[in-house]
Design a protein around this ligand. Sequence first.
Ligand code: ACO
Length: 332
Amino acid sequence: MRRARIAGVGHYVPERVVTNHDLEQLMDTSDEWIRERTGIRERRFTAPGVGSSGLGVKAAEAALAAAGWQPADVQFIIFATLSPDLYFPGNGVLLQAALGMEGIGALDVRNQCTGFLYGLSVADAFVRMGMCDRVLVVGGEVHSTGLRMNTEGRDTAVLFGDGAGAVCVEATDGAGNGCLLAHRLHADGRFAHELTIPKPGALNNPWLTKEMIDDGLTSPKMNGREVFKNAVTRFPEVIEEVLAAEGVAVSEVDLFIPHQANERITEAVRKRLRVAPEKVYSNIARYGNTTAASIPIALSEALAAGTVTRGSLICLAAFGSGFTWAASLLRY
Ligand code: ACO
């Protein structure tokens, strides 16, 4: 049976490390407050002039090398980001031009924290239906340029970091090679305004004003408690749903890779599912929340560290703005 499998994974994070102590110099916060509530110790911020497409290019190059592909082998690009370089066109075409892959299709996914999983499921479907043999899926974010790095913006400024991850998805006959097994995707737009960047937007005329910037409306607005409450319910729900689709027990999964939103959310989900700590990947202490990039970065690191190898059963899961939530199950 024709299936899709992950042929290679790569990631890239900017060199500049910004610690909680660095943030103490910019706003009224403390290393202790940030660590206790989120688990974050430091994050990476991009260099001037390098956007999420540029980080995505480096992650894509690493994934291509891991898969043994040349850029010319890629037949379709999917780029998930909430922080594109431009209002339009999307990051997919920018990455395509940078890697010299002119002519192939490029799709941008705007699903925030679940963007990578939505993108991965599309890649899986395109390969399974025979439309493509090789798809590049990228998740990349630059949050640092959009955060309010002062006390007024501290509730979200301390959470986010920059980075990118990418996977190469290829056709397989499914026999013993590993493959993407199942995906479950959900959304509830009634919560759209609980985690959002409210402005600018074409809803407004003009679509951007100085007042919007001065009022802090162009940086993230989050109802932290509502996010927390929904996340700790939706994560286990969707994980159990995707496992049930394949008749897999929680205990059979070798590694869970949740979107790195907040260590307290991950810990609550882990306890609810009764999973041992070593079976849940976490790197939020080092990178903060990198939204669409967090899952492919974590997968790339877990493979590099040997935590998972060919044959491992891996469950990816995410919850975030929209609200959206999703999970994917794969045999690597
Ligand atoms: N440093 C110091 N104090 C802060 C900071 C900060 N960075 N941010 C807020 N505070 C203050 C608040 O102003 C408030 O002060 P007050 O009591 O004088 O009014 C106090 O800390 C407590 O604020 P709360 O919002 O009640 O803090 P809470 O304990 O709820 O923790 C948090 C906030 C960490 C955001 C929590 O609600 C949470 O974990 N929510 C989940 C949201 C999340 O992690 N989102 C990640 C991105 S979304 C995603 O990827 C799914």
